[in-house]
Structures are given as structure tokens and as C-alpha cells.
Design a protein around this ligand. Structure first.
Ligand code: C2E
Ligand code: MG
Ligand code: MG
Length: 596
């Protein structure tokens, strides 16, 4: 009302322009200053009208305004305009009024006599006169319109909220909504110890093949079909969401134990195993699932989802088991692996790698014929690490290429030094391990050639060891790499022979110089008769195709005796020497003979 008073005060300073000037303070419908005809018009108007003085006292009210508010005209006249004021907080919309103006329009909520409310649009005019101004207001009931507008707005808000929390393609809840619901479920788990929930991430196998091969439309149809088919797998308390691309996520709320989750996982697999009709295409798919359980004690939904994803990545391809349940050990392992990856990236720069050498011994006379270079990592916190602790990470990250090059160059340089410093009847050979990734490196032969040239080591002194799986994986391209290497005069040896899946018959296709019998056969030599048979067969095979043989991991005199009995030519193992650093090797190689 302050606005109204201000307008009235402003208007008082102007000459009278209206007809309604002085108002009697009587409760009467009559408005003396109105001509009878005008009053009759006002009385029959559908628009409500009031005339009030500067204090807001109603001097005149027409039947329409009275009816609008549930009063009689007599009840209104003499009352204050504040009778209409609703207690609801409102910001009246005032239009058409500016400083110095005498009329304005507003939309506001009014209170009815029965306590109900109505929306009115009020058009007010200040009419100044000698006894203070009066204010004439016309009221239009706009309740219906406002209600329609409000309903529309509400609907719109609901729709945009729905859009913000749902996936536009499948209509399923999206990641945001799933995370929110997981958070709520985790809260319940925290409050009630017996309460349990599971978070599952499902990934469709080879979805990109559908997208790339059959087009995105079919890809979209498949996602829709999957979401429709899987919906019945869930209870009403569960949430089934689409996280991204071909990844779905679900919250299994209030489960009694893990078997509930695994049952749902099985049901999902069953559903996915049936073909999907996408337009004219029949599409087959399958899925992998990772499960995280609230019993791990998650604080945040993101952590549960992260662990479920981590578990998902551990599902092996090609196996019947298509889900993994996350456990904290897995988390620690993943964390340790990430740490290792970071440390590994720095290790080269910080010169933390070392090469150890293990003698390869002739079983004929006990002389050292060669040395195998074996990589070690002097980790600043964890001490000396063996390859089994970091090699697979180096392979997966591609670090093996620079690392392997370093081993090759470092050991070739060292061997050249030994050749220069220690005179021997026949030069020692150097065996260097090459991983599968290195063999697939297209520049490998060129690189080996360059290292030989730079270090001055004769190619005939270098033996490259490769595991049979790496070698026979994709035979034809590998053959050309091996031939290129052979042109450098280096020898090619098969490491860990006997444990791969290779067909022995295909061996002769490769330019192989020697086989290294895997340690697992040597250590069982005097325990299992088959091991001796296997070693005997390998030796016969080697003789047939004209390659030499080295027995790996010889630890005991009994093993040595059996190998000698079988006419094995060379051996390597702790019985002779563990891998050693170069200065210890220097002392060893000059004229040393092992008793054989
Ligand atoms: P490998 O090439 O078969 O090397 C022989 C492994 O057997 C070495 O393990 C050696 O220390 C171990 N060994 C030797 N004699 C005995 C024995 O009497 N008893 C037992 N229990 N073990 C023995 P290491 O050094 O841990 O290397 C493991 C594997 O890591 C190697 O197997 C090789 O495949 C790989 N590796 C090592 N260095 C390199 C490298 O520089 N590059 C690549 N790509 N792989 C490497
Ligand atoms: Mg080896
Ligand atoms: Mg080996």
C-alpha cells in the first residue's frame, strides 16, 4: 500500500482532474459525487470497482467487487482496502506507472471473505481533489487465467527437470539421477546396518561394431530395445539408468545379500542372449557387468560407480563368467597399479633401471658361453624389483619400447667392453629378451642394427630371445621381421619353450637358432616322469630341426644330472649363478668353469 500512498501524495500536488473528490464516511452504497447514471453503470458492471480515500478507506464498492471477494457491498464500504490483502508473500507486478504518474496497473493475490484467494488485475487511478485525493480502482478476476498459466509453468518445469535427469534416447534415468539415488541409498545403508544395496555397471560387448557396421540408427534402436527388454528385470525400488554410449548402470536397492545381485545379473544375461530385432536387422549382443556392494562402506555414489566400473574391466573376454564383484583388494591393486605406472614413467629419466646378467653354461665343459641380460628396477621406495612386478605394466603402457631399447643398448655396450677387456677363446654371447610388443614394432630390425653399429658389437654375439606365443601369434608378418633380424647375423632363440600353444610343426618355418626349455619342466624333472619325457622330446625335436637347446632354471645337481643324461648342451640357473651386476660378472667370466 505504500506505493499507493506515494502516488496519492504525488497526485495531491496537482489540480483535480476527476469527479470523485470529497467522500462521506458513511456506510452507503451511494457515491454522492457520482451522477445517478454513472452509478447505475458502475453497479451493473462486471468489472469490480472501488473508490477509496488516501488512507485506503473504501468509499464506494460496486456489487461486482463485493461478489468477487465474497462480501456484500455494505460490508465493504467503510472497510479498509487492506481487507483484500492476502497474507501470502507477493511481489505485485506493477505496470504502467512511473514517478509522477497517477495511474498504474498491478496483478496480485486477494483474499476472499471465506479465506480463499483470487488473482486480480487492478487498474488504479488517483483523482486529486480539495479534501485529499481518492483512488478509483477497477478489478478484473484473473484467477482462471493465472491458474492455467501456473499449471503450464509447473508442467514446463517438470518437463525440463525430467529432461535434465533422463536420457533423451531411451527415456531411462541418466547418470546424474542414478548418482543421486545411489547417494540416498548409501545414506540409508549408513543409518541401518542391515540395509544393503548394490551398484552395477553393464557394458554391451562390441557395440561399436553395430554402430560402425550397421549405422547409428540401428545402434540407437539396439540401445532402445535393450533398455525395454531389461526393464522387467528390476523391481520397482531399483533404478535402471543409461550412463553413456553403450553403458548402463543400476542400483539394486534394499537387497538381502549378494546372491540377489547375481540373480539379476543372470537374468540380464539371459535377456541379452536373445537376438534383438532392430528395423530389418537381427542383432546379437552380450554384456559384461561390474558390481560394487554397499558393504564396502562407500561415502559417495561416485566411488561406488567407479568401483563397479573397475570390476567391469576385470571381466575377461571369452569367458563364461560375465560379471565381477568389486572387492577392496581389487581397489588397492588398481591404486597400486596406477602408482606403478606413474613411477615407471619417471624411472627412465631418474636412471633407476639396472641390467643384471646370468651366465649360460656349457654342460660339456662347464664354461660360460654367454650371458642373459635381465632387467631390474631399483625402485626408490620398494627396493630392487624383478620384471614380474613391472613388465606387464610397461607392456600395456607402451613403455616397453623405450625400456627395451635401453636394455639392448646398455647391455650391448657392456658386452663390447667385456670383449675388449677379457680375452677368451670364443667370444661370449649376449642374450637379450624381446617382448611381443617390441617384435610388433615396425622399426625393430633397423633399431637393433643401429645399436650394433653404435656399440660396435658383432651381430654374431647377440642372441634375441622371444617367447613362442609372441613369435607365432601372427605368423606371416612375424616371419618378415625375423628375416630382417637374421640379416644382421643375430641369433634368434625361443624363450620359455614348451608352455605356449604353438604347433611344433610350424617351428621349422621360423629361422630359429635355439630353444630355451621353460623352467617349469626342469623343476619337475626328478618328480614327474612326464617332465623328463617332455624334455627328451624337445631335445629330439631340436636335433631334428638343427637348433641348440638351453635348459632354464637349473637349481639342483639332480636336475643337472638328468639333463646331462639326456644330452642337453647348455643350462642356466641358480645352481651355477643367479643374475648378477656387471662388476661381479667381470670377476666370474675370466676362465671360470663350473663343475658339470
Ligand atoms: P626369462 O627370460 O625366462 O628369464 C629367466 C628368469 O628365470 C629370470 O627371471 C631369472 O632370474 C630366473 N631364473 C634363472 N635361474 C633360475 C633358477 O634357478 N631358479 C629360479 N626360480 N629362477 C631362475 P627374471 O629376471 O625375474 O625375469 C623374468 C622374465 O622377465 C624373463 O624370463 C623375461 O621373460 C622377462 N625379462 C627380463 N628382462 C627383460 C627385458 O629386458 N626385456 C624383456 N622384454 N623381458 C625381460
Ligand atoms: Mg629369457
Ligand atoms: Mg625363460
Amino acid at each position: 500500500m505504500e506505493g499507493v500512498h506515494a502516488v496519492i501524495r504525488a497526485a495531491r500536488s496537482r489540480p483535480a482532474t476527476g469527479v470523485m473528490t470529497k467522500q462521506p464516511k458513511t456506510k452507503t452504497r451511494a457515491t454522492p459525487s457520482l451522477p445517478r447514471q454513472s452509478q447505475a453503470i458502475l453497479d451493473t458492471m462486471q468489472l469490480g470497482v472501488t473508490q477509496a480515500n488516501a488512507e485506503g478507506e473504501i468509499l464506494y464498492a460496486n456489487p461486482a467487487v463485493a461478489e468477487m471477494h465474497g462480501y456484500t457491498v455494505a460490508e465493504l464500504v467503510g472497510s479498509n482496502l487492506s481487507i483484500f490483502e492476502a497474507s501470502v508473500e507477493q511481489e505485485p507486478t506493477i505496470a504502467g506507472w512511473s514517478e509522477g504518474s497517477t495511474s498504474w496497473t498491478s496483478e496480485r493475490v486477494h483474499k476472499r471473505k471465506d479465506g480463499g484467494t483470487l488473482f486480480v488485475r487492478a487498474l488504479s487511478d488517483v483523482i486529486s481533489g480539495s479534501a485529499g485525493g481518492t483512488i478509483v480502482t477497477g478489478y478484473e478476476d484473473i484467477t482462471e487465467r493465472r491458474q492455467a498459466e501456473d499449471a503450464l509453468r509447473e508442467q514446463h518445469e517438470k518437463e525440463s527437470l525430467h529432461a535434465a535427469l533422463h536420457d533423451p534416447l531411451t527415456g531411462l534415468p541418466n547418470k546424474l539421477l542414478l548418482l543421486d539415488l545411489i547417494d540416498q541409498a548409501l545414506g540409508r545403508c549408513k543409518r541401518h546396518s542391515e540395509y544393503m544395496c548394490a551398484v552395477v555397471v553393464l557394458n554391451l560387448d562390441r557395440f561399436h561394431l553395430v554402430n560402425d557396421g550397421l549405422g547409428h540408427t540401428v545402434g540407437d534402436q539396439l540401445l532402445n530395445a535393450v533398455s525395454e527388454r531389461l526393464k522387467p528385470c528390476f523391481r520397482s525400488v531399483d533404478t535402471f539408468a543409461r550412463l553413456s554410449g553403450d553403458e548402463f548402470g543400476f542400483l539394486l536397492d534394499d537387497i538381502s545379500d549378494i546372491s540377489d545381485t547375481l540373480r539379476v545379473a543372470d537374468r540380464i544375461q539371459e535377456q541379452l542372449a536373445k537376438p534383438f530385432q532392430c528395423g530389418s536387422e537381427e542383432v546379437f549382443t552380450s554384456g559384461r557387468m561390474g558390481v560394487a556392494l554397499s558393504t564396502t562402506g562407500y561415502e559417495r555414489a561416485e566411488d561406488a560407480l567407479r568401483d563397479a566400473t573397475l570390476a567391469l574391466h576385470r571381466v575377461k573376454s571369452g569367458t563364461a563368467v560375465r560379471h565381477e564383484v568389486f572387492d577392496p583388494v581389487m581397489h588397492r591393486r588398481a591404486h597400486a597399479r596406477m602408482e606403478l605406472e606413474t613411477d615407471l614413467r619417471w624411472a627412465m629419466e631418474r636412471e633407476e633401471f639396472r641390467v643384471f646378467y646370468q651366465p649360460i653354461v656349457s654342460l660339456e665343459d662347464g664354461t660360460i658361453t654367454g650371458l642373459e641380460a635381465l632387467l631390474r628396477w631399483e625402485h626408490p621406495r620398494r627396493g630392487l624389483l624383478e620384471p614380474s612386478e613391472f613388465l606387464s605394466v610397461a607392456e600395456q603402457t607402451g613403455m616397453i619400447i623405450p625400456l627395451g631399447s635401453w636394455v639392448l643398448e646398455h647391455s650391448c655396450r657392456q658386452m663390447r667392453k667385456w670383449h675388449d677387456e677379457i680375452s677368451r677363446d670364443s667370444p661370449l654371447s649376449l642374450s637379450v629378451n624381446l617382448s611381443g610388443k617390441q617384435l610388433l614394432w615396425k622399426d625393430i630390425a633397423q633399431h637393433v642394427g643401429q645399436v650394433l653399429e653404435e656399440t660396435g658389437l658383432d651381430g654374431r654375439s647377440l642372441r634375441l630371445e622371444m617367447k613362442e606365443v609372441a613369435m607365432l601369434d601372427d605368423a606371416d608378418p612375424m616371419l618378415s621381421v625375423l628375416s630382417e633380424l637374421k640379416e644382421l647375423n643375430v641369433s634368434l632363440d625361443i624363450d620359455d619353450f614348451g608352455i605356449g600353444y604353438s604347433s611344433l610343426r610350424s617351428l621349422h618355418r621360423f629361422p630359429i637358432d635355439s630353444l630355451k626349455i621353460d623352467r617349469s619342466f626342469i623343476e619337475k624333472l626328478h618328480i614327474r616322469r612326464e617332465s623328463e619325457e617332455i624334455v627328451r622330446t624337445i631335445l629330439a625335436l631340436a636335433q631334428n630341426i638343427g637348433v641348440s637347446v638351453v635348459a632354464e632354471g637349473v637349481e639342483s645337481p639332480e636336475e643337472l644330472a638328468t639333463l646331462k643324461k639326456l644330452n642337453c648342451e647348455m643350462a642356466q640357473g641358480h645352481l651355477f649363478s643367479a643374475p648378477l651386476l656387471h662388476d661381479q660378472i667381470t670377476e666370474l667370466i675370466e676362465g671360470h668353469r663350473y663343475p658339470v
